[in-house]
Structures are given as C-alpha cells and as structure tokens.
Design a protein around this ligand. Structure first.
Ligand code: KG4
Ligand code: ZN
Length: 352
C-alpha cells in the first residue's frame, strides 16, 4: 500500500492530490481556462507563471483535505513528460524539493500513463491487458496496456490531436475556447447526418488505409471549406448545431471504428478511455454501442478524472512505488516522450 502526494502541471491545470493505491483521498484542480480564454488557446509562458503562483496553495489544500501529515506520505510524484517544458518544470521542482525536504522517494510520471491510470481510480478491479484510447488536447493514441510501465502504441493521429481538432473547429465557427465542451453542447440539438465529412483515413502506399492511425487536420480543413461554401452561398446564420453535430459524429465514428478493429485484432476484450475528449457524449455513446455489439467491456472514468488532474498521477505513482520503482532527483522534464520509454524514468531496482 502506498500513499502518494502527486502534482500535475504539464499544461493549463495546477493540480495536487493525495492518493492511496487506487483510492483518491483528496484532489485539487486549479484551472487556468479563464486566463487563456481571451487568447483562444494556451499561452505557455502565462501557464508557467500561473503554476508558480498556484502550486503551493494546491499542495496545502490537497494535504488538508486528505487530513494527512507528512509522516503518512510514502512518496512524492509529479508529471515530468510530455507537456509544456516551463509548466512541467514548476511541478517537478516543487515535487523534488518536497521529496528532498521530507526525505521521501520521488517519482516522475508520464502524463499519458496518468490518463491510463484514471481508469483504475474509477474501476479498482481493472487489470491489464486491455486497450486504452487516449484522446486529449495533445494526444490521440490507441495503447495496448500490458502492465504497469509497459505500453505499446498501436495507433495515433498523424497530425492534430482529437481535442485540438475540437478546439480548432470551434474557433473557426466563432465559438469559445476550449471548443470540445461547447461543440458537445451544441451538437445535442443538431443533425449528425446533416453534412458528410471525411473520417481522416491515412492512405497506405500499397493501397487501402491504415487500420488504426488517423488524421484530424484533413477533417478540420473539410469543415473550414464547408463553412466557406455556406457563407459564399449566403447562408446566414450558419447552421451551427448541424455543423457541430456532424463534426462530432465524424470524430466519434472515426475513433470508434479504430478502437473496435484494434481490440479485435489483438484479442483484447476490455477497452478503457482517457483524456479530456473522453468527456465527449457522442464518443461515449458510439463507443458504448459498438462495444455492446462486439461483446466488449468499456471503462469510462467520470469527467473529473478524464480531464487533467493529479489523482491519476498519484495512482500511477503508487503502482510504481509498490513495485520498488523510484526516480532520481536528477530527473528532468521532456516535452515529448514515447510511452514505450516510461521505465527509463526509474532507477533499476536494487538486487536484494
Ligand atoms: O486531457 P485534457 O484535459 O488536457 C490535455 O492533456 O490536453 O484535454 C483537453 C481537451 C481540450 O482540447 C478540450 O476541448 C477537450 O479536451 N474536451 C472535449 C470535451 N471536454 C474537453 N472534447 C470534446 N467533448 C468534450 N465534452
Ligand atoms: Zn492530459
């Protein structure tokens, strides 16, 4: 059993949590959405500065809410990759300092491994192997989860991430940032079949399409051309609900098809979701329907665990610490890091 104080500052949320194995004892998330909204996207330098001002208070609040003292904490964990370098550095420096001062083991955690672990908080009985679809503002990956620290990426986007596509399409429709929740809300009142859009297939040199990779940049451009065409035809106001519903249904269909094909090809009977776009009602609905038809079990964490939080980081760290893994205090941050390299973040386990 491991009790972890975890920090997450890889992007635009300053988060701290206390987690005991697969149980959340406290979780604090200070969102910066309002700060970045006027810019229509995240400004990295602004994000770092906000983390500096918010991280101390978030840590105190997480410890207070858990009702624990340092003596009861077994380790300190922070996200160290991938993400915005300046933002990651704030959490990493805070985490390493606390580990040093309180003489606790320190663990750097891969952000995507954290998103995978959100599923264990929601479903403590979940065990590998399973397939995890990670869809966030920065990633769209189909991951074969083999064990703690052991992952194989089977499919990914070749350009824009799914969340990025939602944000960019929202922007070109004149909607607020972040675009995902806004499109999701508008889509409820639209016709998903109103406009046929491309599903973002990747052609293979020998013919046919890549079964698991996708491209959302082409889909975003298709929406842009469609909007230009409607405007040129004098359509005013734009059929915003139908556009949102058609776009959302296309993304959901594209992802669902790939998940189902992948699960079948690798003989995996459980599918888990993670990342901010897992909050999307269209995706949840299509995936659940398809999984039911194919006899698969689908795990979807609650919304608060889908978007960035530190509880998921603490859950991953607890599993690593229970296995004797720990990072050195010389660990740095990395803007990119393949999930297959997670174990490089830890020292070899000393022989007994
Ligand atoms: O995982 P996350 O909180 O941060 C990253 O690691 O990127 O994901 C943020 C992304 C944003 O692009 C946001 O638009 C998208 O998740 N998102 C959604 C929904 N809620 C958040 N996309 C579609 N539908 C939603 N309901
Ligand atoms: Zn994330």
């Amino acid at each position: 059993m491991a009790t972890i104080l975890a920090l997450e500052t890889s992007c635009d949320e300053t988060a701290a949590a206390v987690v005991r194995d697969r149980t959340v004892l406290s979780s604090v998330v200070a969102s910066q959405i309002n700060i970045h909204q006027p810019y229509g996207g995240i400004v990295p330098e602004v994000a770092s500065r906000y983390h500096v001002t918010a991280v101390g208070e978030s840590i105190s609040a997480a410890l207070d809410q858990a009702g624990l003292h340092w003596a009861e904490i077994d380790g300190v964990a922070t996200t160290c990759a991938p993400g915005l370098v300046g933002a990651l550095l704030v959490g990493l420096t805070a985490g390493k300092t606390l580990a040093m001062v309180h003489q606790k083991p320190f663990l750097g955690i891969h952000h995507l491994e954290g998103h995978i672990y959100a599923n264990y908080l929601a479903h403590p009985d979940l065990q590998p192997p399973y397939l995890c679809l990670l869809v966030s503002g920065g990633h769209t990956s189909l991951i074969y989860v083999k064990d703690c620290g052991h992952y194989q990426t089977l499919g990914q986007t070749r350009d824009d991430a799914a969340g990025e596509a939602f944000d960019k399409v929202a922007r070109l429709l004149g909607l607020d940032y972040p675009g995902g929740p806004v499109i999701d809300r508008l889509a409820q009142q639209g016709n998903p079949q109103a406009f046929p859009l491309p599903e973002g297939n990747i052609s293979l040199p020998g013919g046919g399409f890549h079964p698991y990779d996708s491209s959302f940049s082409g889909l975003k451009t298709a929406v842009l051309r469609l909007v230009e065409k409607l405007r040129a035809e004098g359509v005013d106001p734009l059929p915003i609900h139908d556009l949102a519903a058609s776009f959302q249904a296309t993304v959901a269909r594209s992802l669902t098809k790939r998940v189902m094909a992948c699960a079948q090809a690798y003989g995996l009977t459980t599918v888990a979701l993670g990342g901010g776009v897992a909050a999307n009602s269209g995706l949840r609905h299509q995936l659940q329907q398809a999984a039911e038809q194919q006899g698969l079990r689908v795990m979807i964490p609650p919304l608060s665990l889908c978007t960035d939080n530190a509880a998921m980081i603490g859950c991953a760290a607890a599993d690593h610490l229970n296995r004797g893994h720990r990072s050195t205090l010389a660990l740095g941050v990395q803007s990119r890091l393949d999930l297959a390299r997670v174990m490089e973040l830890y020292q070899p386990i000393p022989m007994a």
